[in-house]
Write a new protein. Structure first.
Length: 756
């Protein structure tokens, strides 16, 4: 038979038919007469999913016609050769060899098919004969090992117990035929026991040092239909030193419903050695003050119980949550050691979660002698309170109301001068952190003027320390005046100041509600803030806000957070205000404001924030301290006041607000109630909000009744008084805690004078 001029294996996308409309099996335009034949009428393969590939299959293609010039192998026009098979032709004369190889066993279990078409053709590409052969490929379910991996754990010198595994295919048992292990796992031995495989260690395990060892067991099998394959099973071995072991790591969760029985837990002490030797001694030591252990020693048989007891006296300073509002897992450790040779120490972790009332701040932290007032107590764990009472020293609150889990409003009783611990009881009788309420007599300062220079933006009177703090923006210093009654000649006010090198544009100061630190902020592009000890003027913390710059105003609120109003230093665009706590990163406040201002009530329950140069004017917003203990960012609520404001002040609880020194608004519905004289340079509300004090541009101190208004003008009380001296330009004011004294400072004098 003559040699072919060409034979072809058609590609997957190639359309086989040489003649359009040519069908299968010699129909259509097929001439016939080539005597084409193949020594099979069908081809089939079988495999197991992810198993071995089936063996290749080879067949012969022959023909008798002398006019055969080409043999073409492909698929009908509506099919493609699948990716899981390779088809190869061999030879150049009849018969040709046809070989099929399976390339993939990872497909899902199923039967896959296609039709292989063989065509003979003459030199004019005219089809002579066609033969179609169906090809099928059956993938059976994978053979899996149960378990798929094996882990051993033992102590040095002791062999672990053997484990078994089985093979299955679609729930049917598969017979293992042989096993092998990886070369590096010299400690591993595997054997067949009927239809199960035993995975064990050999004597080499006894000499292994502590550590992690890994190996692989390969199990060969014969599955349904006689198909063979193998499964790899990973095997790990952890070798530990001999040590003591505890039954558990105790967790204590204490809340307001806890009783004394909740303060103790018992754990048992054993060893990690199989069989737990009964005569191993142990000693328990702990260095965490809030729990104790008993007994301090024992053994693993007759005296193997250890009692852990929480010490209520040590819980006072442990907080419930961190600054992000997350529950704190207070943790301590017990170290177990043994005098028996070969045993290493063991550490037991004791965890304590608290939801007992925890007091952080009292705002304000100052009260007047023999006067009862409401204060805001901030902390955690207040929602669990039922009959428990807030105590001021040894005296119960006159009244109290739990506002949220972090806020109580309580009225303290009239008391003598002194510093009183503020506490709240719980079922366990545990006294937590006790912030101080300072009851102070009315100050007896003589009217006085102290010369000063530089423009001022803020004056603060610190009742507890008998000190005045001034933000001297003209000199870029924090000025302090401390009263010393022992001085007999001249002023009793001792002056000092603090200049911070990298505070280049001091804009404002604030005293935290607990009096623990002064916050200095600046208007520079660096956005630096400095925390200062009020008693010593020592710097506690000096940091930037990481890109938050241009801080122009600050006000402290009852949660201990400072609200920082900003202006965008480069473009004067709208920007975010900030909320910060001591030595903590700032959180954002929305909405955006332009060249913002902020002011707060004297007890810190509420703050107002405004833009100062929007056209048209936008809403002024309020921030309620109790609404945002953990939220970041804090989204404020509109007051519906549309006004540009560069100065915001209020009374003790927010009965009234003064905006821009003269415009007065009600603190409940934020309705406009009237105005102070347009000649006012500085203004101030009394603590109850019923009186306003103003400083006229001519230096006259005036007093107004805020409960009496005619034609939007408040009724003046008296005709005005003159101060002991003029404070100078752009004065700022504050009031003593009892309301009897005014402190006013400008660019010429610090003036201390009686409130009219």
């Amino acid at each position: 038979m003559r040699q072919l001029s060409a034979f072809t294996l058609v590609s997957f996308a190639f359309i086989i038919m040489l003649l359009s409309g040519c069908g299968g099996g010699g129909g259509g335009g097929v001439i016939g007469g080539s005597g084409l034949s193949v020594n099979t009428s069908a081809i089939s393969f079988n495999a197991i999913q992810n198993g071995a590939r089936p063996a290749s299959q080879t067949y012969s293609i022959s023909w008798t016609g002398a006019n055969v010039a080409q043999v073409i192998v492909g698929v009908p026009p509506n099919e493609t050769i699948p990716s899981w098979v390779n088809v190869n032709l061999g030879g150049s004369t009849s018969p040709l060899t046809l070989t099929l190889d399976i390339t993939d066993t990872s497909m899902a279990p199923a039967t896959y098919t296609f039709t292989m078409r063989i065509i003979t053709a003459d030199v004019q590409n005219q089809a002579l004969d066609i033969v179609d052969i169906p090809v099928s490929y059956v993938i059976d379910n994978a053979v899996v090992a149960n378990p798929s991996s094996i882990s051993f754990s033992t102590v040095a010198g002791i062999a672990p117990n053997a484990q078994t595994l089985t093979l299955s295919q679609a729930g049917n048992a598969v017979t293992p035929t042989s096993v092998t292990t990886s070369i590096q796992a010299s400690w591993l031995q595997v054997s067949i026991n009927g239809n199960t495989v035993t995975v064990d260690t050999n004597n080499n395990v006894l000499s292994l040092i502590p550590g992690l060892y890994q190996g692989v067991a390969t199990v060969n099998y014969i599955a349904g239909g006689g198909l063979t394959g193998s499964v790899n099973v990973s095997v790990s071995l952890i070798v530990s030193m001999q040590s003591l072991a505890a039954s558990n790591n105790p967790l204590f969760s204490l809340d307001n419903n806890s009783v004394s029985g909740d303060l103790s837990q018992v754990i048992s002490i054993s060893t990690n050695v199989p069989g737990n030797p009964s005569n191993v001694t142990w000693t328990a030591t702990e260095s965490t003050p809030w729990f104790t252990v008993s007994p301090s020693s024992g053994d693993t048989s007759t005296n193997n119980n250890l009692t852990i007891t929480i010490d209520p006296a040590q819980l006072g300073s442990l907080a419930n949550k961190d600054q992000a509002g997350q529950v704190i897992n207070h943790q301590g450790q017990i170290v177990l050691t043994s005098g028996d040779p070969g045993y290493t120490l063991t550490t037991v972790t004791v965890t304590l979660n608290l939801d007992l009332p925890f007091l952080k701040l009292v705002s304000p932290n100052v009260g007047q002698v023999n006067a009862s007032r409401e204060v805001i107590i901030r902390g955690e764990g207040f929602l669990g309170l039922t009959t428990e009472t807030v105590m001021f020293g040894g005296q119960p609150a006159v009244s109290q109301a739990v506002m949220s889990d972090s806020e109580i409003r309580a009225t303290f009783p009239a008391q003598a001068a002194g510093s009183y611990d503020v506490t709240v009881s719980n079922a366990l009788g545990v006294t937590r952190t006790a912030p101080k309420l300072n009851i102070v007599a009315a100050p007896a300062y003589a009217s006085e003027a102290i010369a000063t220079t530089g423009q001022k933006s803020r004056i603060i009177y610190d009742t507890v320390r008998a000190a005045i703090y001034v933000a001297n923006t003209g000199n870029n210093t924090l000025d302090r005046y401390v009263y010393n009654s022992a001085i007999t000649t001249g002023s009793k006010w001792v002056a000092s100041n603090l200049s911070v090198a990298n505070v280049t544009a001091l804009s404002d100061i604030g005293l935290s509600v607990d009096g623990s630190y002064i916050l200095m902020v600046d208007n520079s592009i660096t956005g630096r803030h400095v925390e200062v000890d009020p008693a010593t003027l020592a710097i506690i913390n000096n940091a930037t806000f990481g890109g938050f710059n241009g801080i122009v105003k600050t006000a402290f609120t009852s949660g201990g957070e400072a609200i920082l109003a900003r202006r965008e230093t480069q473009s004067n665009n709208q920007t975010t205000s900030l909320r910060v706590k001591q030595n903590a990163a700032g959180g954002l406040i929305s909405p955006l404001l332009r060249n913002a201002a902020v002011g707060a009530t004297r007890d810190g329950r509420r703050a107002l924030l405004s833009s100062n140069d929007e056209t048209p004017a936008t809403d002024i917003y309020y921030y309620d301290s109790g609404d945002y203990p953990d939220t970041n960012p804090a989204t404020l609520t509109s007051t519906s006041i549309r006004l540009n404001a560069n100065a915001i002040s209020s009374d003790r609880v927010g009965t009234r607000w003064i905006l821009n020194q003269t415009e007065v608004y009600d603190g409940t519905g934020f309705a406009y109630t009237g105005s102070l004289p347009v000649t006012t340079d500085a203004s101030l509300l009394s603590h109850d909000g019923n009186t306003a004090y103003t400083m006229d541009s001519n230096g006259t101190l005036r007093k107004f009744d805020m409960t009496s208004v005619t034609a939007n003008q408040f009724t003046e009380i008296g005709t005005g008084t003159s101060l002991v001296a003029s404070p100078g330009n752009n004065p700022v004011m504050t009031l003593s805690h009892d309301g009897s004294l005014l402190f006013i400072v400008g660019d010429s004098n610090l003036v201390i004078d009686a409130a009219p």
